[in-house]
Write a protein that binds this ligand. Structure first.
Ligand SMILES: Cc1cc2nc3c(=O)[nH]c(=O)nc-3n(C[C@H](O)[C@H](O)[C@H](O)COP(=O)(O)OP(=O)(O)OC[C@H]3O[C@@H](n4cnc5c(N)ncnc54)[C@H](O)[C@@H]3O)c2cc1C
Length: 323
């Protein structure tokens, strides 16, 4: 069977990995220039590396655990040792002891390494935006090639557009995603924190999550420096989505300055990434969307949960269902 997978995020790469194990022929089409989708690391020429989307991998005993620790190379893998603390504005406090027992992983040179390892040896057509799919009897026509089956892995609103191009629909109307604006900051000054990240559990503060990239894993900042990624809350991101980058940088810097002192008012590097579809707020059920025997399947975090391990599980399950 020749299978086309749309999207080289974790769902698509997990599906490709499993289909190849099962002896099927796979081609992955990816509209961007790299692997990983929302598992994305941005490198800056001054020596900073930022995980600008997902921040760490928490396998929670799911299939990804076995593949990441058992099948893929582990030389670059690091366990995130420092815990997550909470913040409510400027007050910081140790986070939940039970939640902090969850094992978290990352890679020395960025979380995207996971996607690159997972996709190694897979036929991925980068910079190929699939705009429509056609069906001719049992054969699917996609980007000028023919396939026996297709797996769609973009976020559900984008997957729906591809389904419409085929005249198909699936019961996914209730799936919605929140937006998130991420701000990357690099400093020549180091910082020592007892945590690798701060979270505002109540989601009241504009800055919901602050990751100390240089505390998470080594090699994220030049010697004597530090690197951070701030994720702005869903409501704040949504309401201000059209604002210029400076708006989000200023909002983050006022927080950084209050938290760590005036040296943190002037970063050496400041960049912004806007995620229209960051994580799903409501899900559809995999088994309602994909019926046994179908040759066109949907595998996206909008079906199983907005985490890497869920996206992986979804792609894996779609591959097994097809094969
Ligand atoms: C800011 C942020 C923070 C997060 N934090 C965490 C976290 O800490 N822990 C965690 O586990 N998860 C986190 N997540 C969620 C996690 O990243 C996602 O759930 C997961 O990566 C989704 O993978 P996916 O493959 O389903 O989708 P995606 O990663 O979105 O992959 C879909 C791919 O399809 C491609 N594509 C789309 N349309 C087309 C087309 N027409 N043709 C070709 N290619 C197309 C896209 O370019 C993309 O590469 C976070 C996400 C964000 C954005």
């Amino acid at each position: 069977m020749r299978v086309a997978i749309v999207g080289a995020g974790v769902s698509g790469l997990a599906a490709a990995f499993r289909l190849k194990q099962l002896g099927e022929e796979v081609v992955v089409f990816e509209k961007s220039g790299g692997l990983g989708g929302r598992v994305n690391s941005r490198k800056h020429k001054l020596g900073y590396t930022f995980d600008v989307g997902a921040t760490s991998i928490t396998p929670r005993g799911k299939t990804i655990d076995r593949v990441m620790l058992g099948n893929l190379p582990t030389e670059e893998l690091v366990k995130v040792e420092k815990p997550i603390w909470t913040h409510s504005g400027l007050r910081t406090a140790p986070g939940s002891a039970s939640k902090n027992t969850t094992a978290r992983y990352n890679y020395r040179h960025g979380i995207q390494t996971f996607a690159n390892l997972l996709g190694e040896g897979t036929d991925v057509r980068l910079k190929t935006d699939v705009l429509q799919i056609k069906r001719n009897g049992e054969i699917y026509d996609l980007a000028g090639e023919q396939f026996d089956a297709v797996i769609l892995t973009p976020p559900i609103p984008q997957t729906c557009q591809l389904l419409w191009s085929l005249g198909e629909s699936r019961p996914v109307a209730n799936v919605s995603y929140r937006s998130c604006v991420s701000v990357m900051l690099g400093y020549q000054t180091a910082v020592e924190t007892p945590y690798h990240a701060l979270i505002d559990i109540e989601q009241v503060h504009p800055l919901t999550w602050l990751s100390v990239e240089s505390a998470k894993s080594p090699d994220r900042a030049p010697q004597g420096g530090s690197a951070f990624v701030a994720q702005l809350g869903a409501r704040f991101s949504q309401q201000n989505y059209a604002q210029p980058d400076e708006f989000f940088i200023d909002a983050t810097l006022s927080f950084m300055k209050s938290l760590y002192g005036s040296a943190f008012a002037t970063p050496e590097v400041a960049m912004v990434k806007k995620w229209k579809y960051s994580q799903p707020e409501s899900l559809a059920r995999f088994e309602n969307v994909n019926v046994p025997g179908a040759k066109l399947l949907v595998a996206s975090d909008g079906l199983m949960g907005g985490h890497i391990e869920d996206a992986f599980e979804c792609g894996w399950r779609a591959a097994e269902m097809l094969a």
